[in-house]
Design a protein around this ligand. Structure first.
Ligand SMILES: [Zn+2]
Ligand SMILES: [Zn+2]
Length: 318
């Protein structure tokens, strides 16, 4: 493509983000935009914009966009703990934030919805709050979860011993952290989104999530859970088509999975059978890294090609 350019007589300039194109018709040739260190660009009504949807808000496009910051059941090199960035503004769990996002992406986050308070699901929050305060960005992050999860965070993490109480920093009237309690099974609303949190079966208070965007696109996410019933009933009732579900251990460790409130591929198969209409798109998370190949093979045994593990940094569009 580049070689043929000098032969074109009517090229005026190389477009830059923010350029306004006057006069029409215009023929616009896309070079490899990455060669010029752009994000993808898009041209609307003659103005060149950076395309935001890969990293930021996609609400204009009616799409629910979920970026997988981490989906591992523990942390090792190249595998991060669970965190799912929805439309650039909301996190489902926060096992990793600052290690995955650029500063400007971190600053766009407005809320974190927590399934439970286990360390691998909250680990990114203390550093994120610290970053926001030291940068003076004046963001307030709202952490949303069940009353018991929020109580555990207050008592055990942001207690001025393990980490500061950020609900008073930088000032009590404009803090960087706020808590919002969600009642189980009652619909919560924020920014046109609808959130339902349903109790699941883990070793600590834990909730599965169904999140619906303003255009009705839905994602269901179990967080960590062993066998459960209520959550599947709601997923059925809400006719969810995309599900992120955990599968932490291989089949031979079923006893350990049950004792620690987790699933194996064989247990997952039984869970999915509890629904009348299981979601057609099912993605797995939370495999313990040392068992990953074994679990993946077992999953193929129960659902060849239809269920797969999430890849870190992939983006799901719904
Ligand atoms: Zn857990
Ligand atoms: Zn976990």
């Amino acid at each position: 493509m580049k070689e043929s350019l000098p032969a074109c007589r009517n090229i005026i300039k190389l477009l830059r983000i923010g350029d306004v194109i006057q006069g029409s018709p215009a023929i616009i040739v896309f070079l490899s935009t990455h060669a010029y260190n752009y994000p993808e660009t898009i041209i609307i009504y003659g103005t060149v914009y950076a395309q935001q949807i890969r990293h930021g808000s996609a609400r204009e496009a009616d799409i629910l966009r979920i970026r997988i910051l981490g989906a591992s059941g523990s942390e090792v090199a190249d595998r991060r703990a669970p965190a799912f960035l929805v439309d650039g503004e909301s996190l489902l769990d926060a096992g990793t934030i600052g290690l995955s996002l650029k500063i400007r992406e971190e600053q766009k986050i407005r809320r974190i919805i927590l399934t439970h308070a286990h360390f691998d699901h909250i680990k990114g929050i203390p550093f994120m709050l610290d970053n926001l305060v030291t940068r003076g960005t004046a963001n307030t992050i709202t952490v949303i979860s069940g009353r018991d999860v929020i109580r555990d965070l207050k008592t055990n993490i942001f207690n001025n011993k393990i980490w500061p109480d950020f609900t008073k920093i930088p000032t009590p009237d404009r803090p960087v952290l706020r808590y919002r309690t969600a009642s189980a099974s009652r619909e919560e609303r924020f920014n046109g989104y609808n959130l339902v949190m349903i109790r699941v079966n883990h070793t600590v208070p834990a909730y599965g999530i169904i999140l619906t965007n303003p255009k009705g696109k839905k994602i269901a996410y179990t967080g960590d859970t062993g066998p459960t019933d209520r959550f599947w009933k709601k997923v059925d009732e809400y006719r969810v088509k995309h599900l992120i579900v955990e599968s932490s251990f291989p089949n031979r460790l079923e006893d350990l999975a049950l004792k620690t409130g987790h699933l194996t591929p064989a247990l997952l198969k039984k869970e999915l059978a509890k629904m009348g209409n299981p979601p057609p798109k099912i993605y797995l998370m939370h495999a313990k890294p040392q068992y990953f190949p074994e679990i993946e093979q077992e999953i193929q045994g129960i659902a060849r090609g239809t269920i797969r593990y999430l890849r870190q940094e992939e983006v799901l569009t719904i």
